[in-house]
Design a protein around this ligand. Sequence first.
Ligand code: ATP
Ligand code: MG
Length: 656
Amino acid sequence: MSQPTIESILQEDRLFPPSSEFSSQAHIKSLDEYKKLSEAAQADPEGFWSKLAETELHWFEKWDQVLDWSNPPFAKWFVNGKINLSYNCIDRHLETRSDKPAIIWEGEPGDARIITYKQLHTEVCKFANVLKSQGVKTGDRVGIYMPMIPEAAIAMLACARIGAAHSVVFGGFSAEALRDRLVDADAKVVVTADGGWRKDKIVPLKPAVDAALDAPNVPVTTVITVKRTAQDITMAEGRDHWWHDLMDAASDDCPAPALDSEQMLFVLYTSGSTGKPKGVVHTTGGYNLYAHMTCKWIFDLKEDDVYWCGADIGWITGHTYVVYGALSNGATTVMYEGAPRPSNPGAFWDVIEKYKVTIFYTAPTAIRAFIKMGDEHPNARDLSSLRMLGTVGEPINPEAWMWYHKVIGKEKCPIVDTWWQTETGGVMITPLPGATPTKPGSATLPFPGIQADIVDLEGNSVGPNDGGFLAVRHPWPGMMRTVYNNPERFRKTYWEHIPPKDGKYIYFAGDGARRDADGYFWVMGRVDDVINTAGHRLGTMEIESALVSHPAVAEAAVVGKPDDLKGEEVVAFITLEGDQAQDDALIKELKAHVVSEIGAIARPGEIRFADALPKTRSGKIMRRLLRSLAAGQEIAGDTSTLEDRSVLEKLRGEGS
Ligand code: ATP
Ligand code: MG
């Protein structure tokens, strides 16, 4: 037997079955039903997906072949099928849902808009015509650099309608980060806004576009700007246009063309937690199906739901679960411009109360921020409309899960902890809320049709509770098709890390995980972040969760620091709850706490207090930066997706 890739040291045995009240009304009502679905999908994956594609989506022409995997790792789904994602998200709902709110939008300053399916149809058709009038054709790329306003979703849907690929760049990125992405994606048009609101300030966007375009190698010839914050901006003659001017002149007649199932839908860059972001390419038909099915079954979407996914559209979660998956199901999706912020600690709960949100989906980083802001804020609002909750982005520490369960879910809402990636297009490992008993900190079981496994470097499945590499053994419709303009990087990063055997390719996700005796998956952190100490290979998640379970600790990140004796020593960076004293007594106590929770091998050699941890703009802890800091090295590698540079400066100053 080969060496374990990661060892597991933390045991969590609390179990939360869904209530019979929830189960009885759910799309998938029992673990038994889930198992039957999964077994059917395992026996005949193509039959499983094609039946759903037929019954759940509109196709202009049916496919000749469900999956073409003759040239792995390059997959084609629903070969020669003709489809239009914008049609599936809008037009097909017009008969029965034309006056139903498609988008409920709330701006950070408190302004609001409700857009019905009929109105969304008009706006998307008009903007599709605007794009065409600016020379955008099927196959072109369009950059979208916008705040969380409805026009961002309208621009995405308009691109999808005419078969132009969008590349959404998070509105908080710098001009340089924007330029890199526009150049890499070879975009000829950029859609932006004068500015957006973030944490009570105007983030100027158009000036960043101007700066990004001020270089000879940028392919953009047209900029379309929404007026949002109304500060002064400069408009370049010939290149720059106001959204409202172009929309006023545009016709609202734009029938959705039949596009190829494999038409490129978007290029989206990963969060950059582990290195330089990758330009992930998704295509139309398979992605549409996967977004639709996962959104429907995981969030148990029903006609009357008010569904709120709190992600920014600059991330894959915003693409799949704010826009496409929700609208494809004819749901009402909430878009909120604001971020969790100290000046308005109840803002999120106000949105839930105001719109009677039934489903809420957010990230562990936000949950930890809410915990820090205090229970009095959610407790002062009426959250009784909520019927289920979700989380995504990082492993959720069991204590944060318990808080979410108790304080937000009032112990009655199932929680779906959804593991997935930009690359996977949609959720891969998750509870189904009416079927799966949950365990805090576990993403539980694979979505039906997903052949997830935990393997060693040779691709052999590892035993129960052994740590290994999270991997997928069979293609799925939502899978990425390539890295934009870099098929070799695609092949190497995801498909050759575990070498293909007998022509069988295994998708390598880059995360370490274990599976318990019930078959539940526990994501233990990034493979890149594994700490090698005294002959043990430890994932980051379990040590961090042990630290967070101490009442003084708000957040924790652990990394390995080179050590002559042990190979590496565990170094923990932590932020504290409230006004705790940052003293040696607490350090001693925290070290002892880790030992009692998980054992002496995980005892941090060093604990450092921080005001904040370095995170990506999508809220993920960037351990690679902390690793350099702990080792006393200069920080190397891509930092373009770092949220707040001053966090690093501060940590550097505080380092011993
Ligand atoms: P990069 O690939 O550029 O380093 P990234 O991996 O952070 O960035 P994303 O695609 O946004 O980019 O994030 C996917 C990763 O997020 C997963 O590989 C996993 O590490 C983590 N993740 C997402 N959801 C969960 C979850 N529910 N539990 C544990 N980890 C999760
Ligand atoms: Mg990644």
